[in-house]
Ligand binder design. Structure first.
Ligand code: ARG
Length: 720
């Protein structure tokens, strides 16, 4: 099924020419020379050197890691950055009333009409990749003789010393990541800028148009973009916020094409995809479909439902929770679709067949002959307790705010027991400094309901022999007609008595913290019971599983590369800079249905429900639509394009990434995947998997015609 270039596994990875152009694959820019001829064949007009160069300015110099979880791109000579709205709304949410109580910047949108009006976003930073190096041999030499249980610790040591070496003579941040489950290692030198300012954002109803209903769906009509600026000191170097800082001068910025595109046109996307597991074992897929996905989805549903109740109670609650709600809902929906598609595609069975082939091939090779058997044995001992991950950790018992807050106090516990006054002061100051943020999303009534419902979920779903005694005891102490009622009574006690129950009580505790008060606190007692049990009973087994599983995965990929000489292997996503190339392409989602590759504002108007939570539109936009005031941003037929599809291979983390045409000009921003291909982190279905992008012409139209921010437009290099 795979149809691309050849990769040989030696000490490092050597590519050769491919037969057919690939769409699958998140390629390392440093090795792009090997993909060059394929890219040319697909229509790319740029050389690998123009995309990634160590010595000269190249496209990679315009790409930033935005806020640690997204991608952004530099769009002007003055450090202007585009990214998605959903990448920026957490920060916009923090700034939403910075122009006064009457103006809600998140709800109504915002356009700085001059640099003076840009708003500093202290919690944001962006990082440029200045260099990447293959350090595989260096790392592997140091790993000789290290056994698997020590490997992770040893790796941390190795990373630390290599990074120290690499950053001795510069101010970069070093980052080392393993590739192919540890068959290769790369070092990244990143330059992080911390003075980032909000330049503009469309209203929430555009940036988030379609809400959760349309999320992960095509046809789509979301204006998912926001605009920022990077500031530097006088030497163009990173600096803390200062009024004296100046706009950053990039080594490269992206020109924009408003010429449009048609099916088959070359597209490439550069960004920071977060995580994929394309080489996962069959049992790993089973873990997703049978254990993690279903439980995590059910548990997130509980949190979402209770938050929704709170959000409907008051506008204030709604403002406090809606950005977090969207974040939580995003992967709730993703995991639900993932489970469905992994099952529908029989992914686990397909992997089993591949494993059987591998076993046959490996029969006479001592290095690999027992691998598949070992993997099955390992998983068989792990699967029965793996349910503790979704039931106990951050999707389960640890999910209520109160419990996660209590967890952050376990370090304070240690400091208090040691009477470490300096440490205690540092810790309490830190907690105090953050507590407004922490409590901004804490709504006690909702959190309390989440707390009791998640306890009940745990109780109902945890195998009897694994049930935590502490939780069973709650039931005998707090009698109720149902287990839920008992947990509710218990929750009443915990939330009313715990000093974590409100910011005021928490502050009072931090002013004069004592071990006695801490250890008497019912939320802390609750947390301690859960975490101690997990640490003693399950963590050692789970850690061991992870170590052994990573050894087996490493060997498996190495073996696959030997077995399938002639097939290309690209490394799984790991939040490092990648490039994926392909083309504009539509798809057929179901029998008798064909989807077009682009949407227009007409479609947004079809969906428009005035005043609706998800499908509202700003009046200004509706007026512009009726008057067809699209200026130069309209298509030839006079319509306003909104979103389009490509077949590029992306995943979460690519959000905000530039979608470039054959010339390296920006035609849009990637912002989503599609509902028919939700198992994309485990398999790439070229028939169905698409990238959903917002058309740059819609972005410019919103900035220019709706926002009236010609100052921003004038900064851009627009090719018509
Ligand atoms: N699905 C998008 C992504 O993961 C995020 C969109 C956020 N919007 C939302 N309705 N939650 O990149």
């Amino acid at each position: 099924m795979r149809k691309f270039s050849l990769l040989l596994f030696a000490l490092s990875f050597i590519f050769s020419k491919a037969a057919t152009p690939p769409d699958e694959g998140m390629w390392l820019p440093i090795l792009l020379g090997n993909n060059e001829s394929e890219m040319k064949a697909k229509g790319c007009k740029l050389t690998a050197e123009q995309i990634y160069s160590i010595n000269n300015s190249s496209i990679k110099d315009a790409i930033v890691w935005f806020g640690g979880g997204c991608t952004g791109e530099v769009m002007s000579n003055e450090g202007l950055v585009f990214t998605n709205h959903h990448c920026g709304y957490g920060s916009i949410n923090e700034l939403r009333f910075s122009k006064g109580k009457e103006r809600d910047l998140l709800e109504d949108g915002y356009w700085a009409k001059s640099k003076n009006e840009e708003i500093s976003a202290p919690s944001l930073s962006v990082a440029f990749v200045r260099e990447m190096r293959d350090i595989t041999t260096l790392v592997q030499e140091k790993l000789v003789g290290v056994n698997e249980s020590q490997r992770a610790t040893k790796l941390q040591e190795i990373y630390k010393s290599l990074i120290a070496d690499a950053t001795k003579e510069n101010k970069y941040e070093g980052l080392i990541r393993e590739f192919f489950s540890g068959n290769a290692y790369y070092l990244f030198l990143m330059e992080r800028y911390t003075d980032i300012r909000l330049v503009g954002t469309p209203p929430w109803s555009i940036g988030k148009f379609g809400g959760e209903t349309d999320n992960w769906m095509w046809p789509r009509h979301t204006g998912d973009f926001s605009v920022w600026r990077v500031y530097a000191n006088k030497d163009n170097k990173p600096a803390k916020y200062s009024a004296d800082n100046v706009p950053y001068t990039p080594k490269h910025f992206l020109p924009i094409s408003i010429k449009g595109y048609k099916p088959g046109d070359f597209t490439m996307i550069m960004g920071f995809p977060g995580s994929t597991k394309r080489y996962e074992f069959s049992k790993g897929i089973q873990y997703r479909t049978d254990i993690f996905d279903p439980h995590a989805v059910a548990e997130r549903r509980i949190r979402l439902d209770e938050w929704k109740v709170a959000m409907n109670e008051s506008k204030e609650n709604n403002q406090r929770l809606n950005a977090s709600y969207a974040g939580l809902a995003n992967y709730w929906k993703n995991w639900d679709g993932e489970k469905r598609d992994l099952l529908k595609n029989n992914t686990s069975e397909t992997k089993k067949i591949q494993e059987a082939e591998f076993e046959k091939w490996a029969a006479d090779k001592p290095e690999y002959s027992t691998l598949i058997g070992d993997m099955n044995t390992l998983y068989n001992s792990y699967m029965p307790i793996a349910i503790q991950i979704p039931l106990t950790l951050n999707e389960g018992l640890m999910a209520p705010k109160l419990v996660s807050l209590a967890l952050s106090l376990s370090i304070l516990d240690t400091l208090l027991s040691k009477n470490d006054t300096a440490g205690i002061r540092k810790m309490t100051n830190q907690l105090k400094a953050n507590d407004s943020t922490i409590y901004s999303t804490f709504i006690a009534s909702a959190d309390k309901r989440i707390f009791s419902r998640l306890l009940n979920y745990y109780y109902q779903n945890c195998p009897k022999e694994q049930r935590l005694e502490f939780i069973t005891k709650i039931l005998s102490k707090y009698k109720g007609a149902t287990t839920l009622e008992s947990f509710q009574k218990y929750a009443e006690m915990v939330y009313s008595k715990s000093f974590l129950g409100s910011k005021e009580k928490f502050d009072a505790f931090l002013t004069n913290p004592t071990l006695k008060k801490l250890r008497k606190d019912p939320a802390y007692i609750h947390l301690s019971a859960i975490s101690t049990n997990y640490i003693i009973k399950y963590k050692p087994t789970i850690d061991l599983f992870n170590a052994k599983n990573s050894t087996l995965s490493r060997l498996y990929i190495k073996g696959l590369m030997e077995m399938q000489k002639g097939k290309a292997f690209y490394p799984d996503a790991n939040s490092t800079l990648r490039l994926t190339y392909g083309a504009i392409e539509d798809y057929d989602p179901k029998d008798a249905i064909k989807y077009l590759y682009y949407t227009t504002l007409d479609g947004a108007m079809e969906k428009y429900i005035p005043g609706d939570e998800e499908f509202n539109l700003p009046k200004g936009l509706v007026d512009l639509y009726h008057n067809k005031e699209y200026g130069r941003y309209a298509m030839k037929d006079g319509k306003m394009p909104v979103a389009f599809l490509t077949n590029n291979d992306i995943t979460g983390g690519n959000s905000g990434s530039p979608v470039l045409n054959a010339e390296g000009e920006l035609i849009g921003l990637a912002f989503d995947g599609n509902w028919e291909a939700m198992s994309g982190n485990y398999n790439f279905d070229s028939k169905l998997k698409r990238t959903i992008c917002v058309d740059v012409r819609y972005v410019l139209f919103c900035i220019d015609k709706l926002g009236g921010a010609s100052n921003i437009i004038n900064e851009l290099k627009i090719i018509q």
